[in-house]
Each structure stands twice: as structure tokens, then as C-alpha cells.
Design a protein around this ligand. Sequence first.
Ligand code: XMP
Length: 541
Amino acid sequence: MNTAVTLPTTQQTPQAEQNLGQINRPMIAILDFGSQYSELIARRIRETQVYSEVLSYRTTAAQLRQLNPKGIILSGGPNSVYDNRAPHCDPEIWHLGIPILGVCYGMQLMVNQLGGEVARSDRGEYGKAALFIDDPTDLFTNVDDGSTMWMSHGDSVKQMPPGFELLAHTDNTPCAAIANHQKKLYGVQFHPEVVHSIGGLPLIRNFVYHICKCEPTWTTSAFVEESIREIRAKVGNKRVLLALSGGVDSSTLAFLLHKAIGDQLTCVFIDQGFMRKYEPERLVKLFQEQFHISVEYVNARDSFLKALAGVTDPEEKRRIIGHEFIHTFEEASKKFGPFDYLAQGTLYPDVIESADTNVDPQTGERVAVKIKSHHNVGGLPKDLRFKLVEPLRKLFKDEVRKVGRSIGLPEEIVNRHPFPGPGLAIRVIGEVTAERLNILRDADLIVRQEINQRGLYHDYWQAFAVLLPIRSVGVMGDQRTYAYPVVLRIVTSEDGMTADWARVPYDVLEVMSNRIVNEVKGVNRVAFDITSKPPGTIEWE
Ligand code: XMP
């Protein structure tokens, strides 16, 4: 079975065409109707070790037949099935003979298209609700009666389509779960994928294992083995170039490629001069000495500093750094090349987002709104004349970590805090100079040392120092000082999209402050940033 069909709804970028090809394994297809949880459904299914992909709601029955998933899930969505612009699925999918689970909007669509009735409820149901199970077999095996499930709906099923039976209800929603057992069509009004739904995971397992008859084949070791085979088949005896940053994605990528093609891989580490203290040396040493993966070290510190001289605007700084990175990378590719392939650490969420799966065909409007502006220095121009190898493009971040761990990447890389592509250049506020970078590096090292030493590293999403381009007056000994302030930015977060300032114990802040002012020449004041995101951002620039 070749599952790599071309969906007309998916923008075929050159990268997508160059992808490694899909892994031929049983999968659950999720048709996305614009729910913020579509991606989460895929992750939950993958947690059961069954492969899952998010596809456009416009995927046709013929395309699905070709894909041959073991099951289909119709996601929730913001619309009412009666809206003029409500997204509908190809009605032929009900006749494919493939088990289907409709979630929230997906259930209402099923009811609407199969001859039942959906109507606006007198009372919508939002938040937690106790689910009372009327049929404890099949989908609800091992789901406790009275389980808490997460609801979020204004419309409800008023009448089930012919052939359907009631599986569960809540106090407010008479038809909270329904099924046509014979046709293996199921609908749930709640969201089993969210953590608040206590019986959600058993329900997903029942659907995946018992109803769709999937086996748990989506495992890290199976992924590694198949990726290695596919990388070898694709690359042959050609050479591959990889820009190593030291983050978990590029490091895992390097490991995987090295396992697959050994010395045909060249890793280039471009030192822009914006890494944390000791990190460039450490990274190169770790790869060369411990992992025996050779790394070409490119010292580009001077050219980056020169390009940034006199520049204070944050966006302009980012633009210049991005531009300089591409230029340096091109030079490096000539110097160490020629190369046929470029390895990129594209992940699955980037693929879903760039796939533009959620555009309404009539209006051209996006159905799901995802806000994400990650600026990555590693983002290389489209016109570099390389073919792409993107072995991680099917993985979520937590899956990359699992793969990284399984192939021997140390915890310090697998679980490290996020670090922005432009590095310390966006933490030296205003103009970046060598002197300011050095001051910031020393202060930042103290922050990290204190956090690590107290075992607090994993309590925080990020913990770092920011240097402000102003001076204030202080006194040390009997001397007046006039020096820079450093700001401590220590935050907790789930995903970087929102964040809160961490309630760091006072004595830890005290030690950091004392050490920074005493040990870092050029700093005489330390402040602690107590702004959440929003309205602040995590980085200062
Ligand atoms: P903000 O500052 O937008 O940051 O709240 C959110 C998360 O993204 C990281 N970040 C970046 N990561 N390249 C990256 O790879 C970048 O240019 C970049 N800018 C911000 C930031 O550290 C935080 O984790």
C-alpha cells in the first residue's frame, strides 16, 4: 500500500514533494473541521502507538480509499452544521466501510448527513460534565459510568439518524454518544482528546484497538529503523549537509542521519557569537568526541557583529541575523561541498500548518486560526539548490525527544530549554556589541548555574538574563558605579504561546543578584521581570 496520495487541498510545496515518503503503516486519518484540538487528537492516538495524520475535511472518499486508513475521526469545529459556510465532508465517506468516529461537530455532521436532526440547544454545555453510559460495551468498555468529559457545544443532536442507538447521555445532553454498530459509525458530543476528559483515553483506545483493529505499531524503534532504511534508499551514496544548532531537533536529525549514512553526512555549526557561555565548544566536543560525528565549526562571530553594528531595532536585528546566517551557510556549503541534499528538522506541526488544510473552498477563509510566529535562524531560503531530507516531518516534538533519547542523545540536549535562533543578540537589548555580549554571557551563566545546582531546571520553561542598554548609579565599597542593569527572565509555560513569570524562591533570586553584581564586571543592578505572556513576550525582543 502506498499511502502517499496527493491531496488537492494540500499546497504542495517543493519541500512536501521532497519528503521522505510516508511510512507504510496502519493509520487513523483525522479530518480537520477547524477544531483547535485536531492536532491533539492525532497526538492522543499516537500515544496509543498507532500512527495518525491530520487531513483536510475536503479529503474525498476516493482519496481516503487510496489512503486506506484503519479508521477515520471527524474533528470538532467552530461552525454549526446549518451555517451556510459550514464545512461538509464528502458524503461518500459514510459508505467506505471504514469505522468513523465523529467528535463534537464531527458527530453533528454525521447526524445531519445521515438523516437525523441537530438543533441549537436551549442551554449549551461548556466545561466538565458527568457522562452516564447507556451501553457499556464497544466504545465504552472500561470507561467508568459518571466519568468526567469535556463539553463545548451550542448545538445538540435532537434526533438520531435511522440505525443509530444511544450510547451515553449527560444531564444537559440526551444524545452525548451514539452509534450505528453495524456500520461502525460512532459519534461523541464531548472531547475525549483533552486532558480534562477522564475517560477519554480509554475511549480512544477502544476505538483504535477494538473497533478499528489497529495494532500498536507506531513505536520509536520502528520509526528509527524505517527512517534509516528510507534515508538510505533516498540518499544513496550522495552527500548531505546539515546545519547543527545544538537544539534537540537538529541534534536528533544529525544522529539519525549519521546512523543511516555515516560520513556522507556533514554537520556544519555556524557560531554567530550569540550562544551561551561555553556552549559552542561544548557542542562541538560532544559531537566529535562522544558521538563521533564530525562537525565543521565555522567561526562567523566577527561578520555577524559587523552586520549588526549600530542597529537597535529588534525586527531589523532579526532580519540581519537571518540574512547573515543564510549567507554564511551558503559559503560553508561551497567550502565543504558539493552536496546533493540538505537535511532539515521540519516537524509535523509545521507541515500541518503550512499544508493550508483548513481553507474554506467557497470563501477562501481559514477555518482554524493558529497563531505561531517562530522565527528561526535555521530557516533556509527556498532557492538553495538542494534536495531536502526531512526525516522528522512526521513527528511531534515529544516524539522527536523520544527518538533522540532512543538513539543515545543525552538528557541535557533532549530536555533543554528552548533557545531562540538569534540567541543572545535578542537578549542584548538595542545595539549588540562584543562587550555587551560578554557581560550578558557571564550573567546568564550565573542564572543557569544557580538554577541547575538547586535542581530547578525542569521547573521552568526558560530561565535567562537580559542586558539593558542603559546605565544606572550604584555604590560598591566606597565607589560610585555607573553600569548596566541585568533583568532576570524566568518563566513557566506549557508551549511558549502563553507564559507566567516563575515564582522563584527569594533566596535563589538573592544569590543570583549578589553573584551577578559581584562577579560580572559592568553590571551593578539586577531586576526580575514579573510580566506574564500576554501581554509581555518571553524574549524581550
Ligand atoms: P516569545 O518571545 O515570542 O517566544 O514569547 C516564545 C518562544 O519562542 C522562542 N523564540 C524563538 N525560537 N527562533 C526560535 O527558534 C526565534 O527567533 C525565536 N524567538 C523566540 C522563545 O525563546 C520562547 O521559547
